[in-house]
Write a protein that binds this ligand. Structure first.
Ligand SMILES: *[C@@H]1O[C@H](CO)[C@@H](O)[C@H](O)[C@H]1NC(C)=O
Ligand SMILES: *[C@@H]1O[C@H](CO)[C@@H](O)[C@H](O)[C@H]1NC(C)=O
Length: 405
């Protein structure tokens, strides 16, 4: 459990579960790592505005071309963050690292300092990464990385921070995004191999794919799981169905897909491009679709949280919100469409009020990035980000129909 060292920063990490990362369980050609979800809340937050700021930045970077878009959109200012205990060196020292699919450098030293051992090699290169909401710079090493007991990566390129900003409460990042995002971050190297690249080249995994099992924040077992090399069949209740990445810009710069959305069986967003993003908390949809959703649900905008709020009788009438992706439909049930009520006050919301997790993306459809399936969607559906085959897959889980919110 971690708390801010300086109270005036007023950054609270609410530990939603205190269980430690469990030993890694190798599955044929795959490797699985458990993580804990935490709320990373800075007092009262307009959660919708925070998500909109992220998508604005992504759209702007996207409009400047593919190269510019490859700046990191990390989880550093996300509301819900995930951490894992990762060992580095021999014998290993344990560090608490943020798991980030939106950036790709793995580094430490933000809090606990790096203790070099016999496996630590200073490459002589410097490293610097800027994340929008934070940054670090330092020296690039290679070292042995223990993702958990039994799973060891040798000669992993890691950054060792000599200065960092915006990482109170964690030691650094486990970067599981695409390799390209390491471009121009380490001197003398074009790119550096990520943890996923090394797991692949060292023969531990057979595909550069990442399966993500998020669990509803309010669920009793709020421990997620990251599977390198594919999906974990123990965590899904349907086959994984894949769709190719979208070709529409700017969504195609990220994990972009095409989908349509309906509410109670009526289409509110015709098939269009958007993204799947672990660093976004809510489900964001184009303004025109949001307005139809607001009318259908009767939601009233709450100024503090930026979320729609509904009465309990409106909640009783809430219909499924259905995402048609490829040939399959994925539902967010009424309970999946509300913010976990036990966490209302963490956001500066009012206890007992029912807030919806669907928010306005800030522009009408046709922008090339008309929705974001964020954490609120991903905690109800298993997702697979497959770099080797340029596709994204989804499956249902035992939490798809949860009533935990
Ligand atoms: C920072 O690291 C020290 C050990 O070096 C540890 O005792 C302390 O709990 C850590 N603080 C945070 C906020 O992680
Ligand atoms: C809503 O979605 C859930 C989960 O997929 C499903 O079990 C249920 O039948 C759906 N309800 C309606 C009215 O379609």
């Amino acid at each position: 459990m971690v708390f801010p060292s300086k109270a005036f920063l007023s950054i609270f990490f609410v530990v939603l579960s205190s269980a430690d990362a469990s030993p890694l369980r190798p599955v044929a050609g795959k490797a699985t790592l458990s993580f804990a979800a935490r709320l990373n809340v800075r007092g009262a937050v307009n959660i919708a505005a925070a998500d909109r700021a992220r998508v604005q930045a992504m759209k702007q970077a996207g409009s400047m071309g593919k190269r510019a878009a490859k700046s990191s959109f990390s989880v550093t200012n996300a509301i819900v963050v995930y951490t894992a205990q990762v060992g580095v060196g021999s014998p290993a020292t344990e560090y608490t690292l943020l798991i980030d699919t939106g950036s790709s450098n793995t580094w430490l030293g933000a809090n606990a300092s790096y203790s070099p051992t016999s496996t630590s090699v200073d490459t002589g290169s410097t490293v610097a990464v800027s994340y929008g909401s934070g940054s670090f710079s330092g020296e690039e090493y290679t070292d042995t990385v223990h993702l958990s007991t039994g799973l060891v990566i040798s000669e992993q390129s890691i950054g060792v921070a000599s200065s960092s900003q915006g990482f109170e409460g964690v030691d650094g990042i486990l970067g599981v995004g695409p390799t390209d995002l390491t471009e121009n971050t380490v001197s003398n190297f074009d790119v550096v191999p990520t943890v996923t690249d090394n797991l692949y080249s060292q023969g531990v995994i057979g595909t550069r794919a990442l399966g993500i099992y998020f669990v509803p924040a309010a669920a009793p077992d709020s421990i997620g799981e990251l599977t390198f090399g594919g999906h974990d069949s123990l965590k899904i209740t349907s086959p994984v169905t894949y769709v190719p990445l979208t070709t529409t810009l700017p969504a195609s710069n990220y994990w972009g897909i095409d989908q349509s959305i309906s509410y109670g069986g009526s289409t509110i967003l015709s098939e269009t491009a958007g993204i799947v993003d672990t660093g976004t908390t809510l489900v964001l949809i184009a303004s025109n679709a949001f307005s139809t959703y607001q009318t259908a649900t009767g939601g009233v905008l709450d100024e503090t949280t930026g979320l729609l709020k509904i009465t309990s009788s409106q909640y009783a009438k809430l219909q499924n919100l259905t995402f048609k992706i490829g040939d399959r439909a994925y539902d967010l049930t009424p309970n999946a469409q509300i913010w976990p009520r036990t966490l209302n006050t963490n956001l500066g919301g009012i206890s007992g009020v029912i807030y919806l997790i669907v928010a306005d993306i800030g522009s009408n459809s046709g922008s090339g990035l008309d929705f974001i399936n964020g954490y609120a969607f991903l905690q109800r559906h298993y997702s697979v980000f497959d770099t080797t085959n340029s596709q994204v897959g989804f499956a249902t889980t035992i939490h798809t129909d949860d009533r935990s919110n």
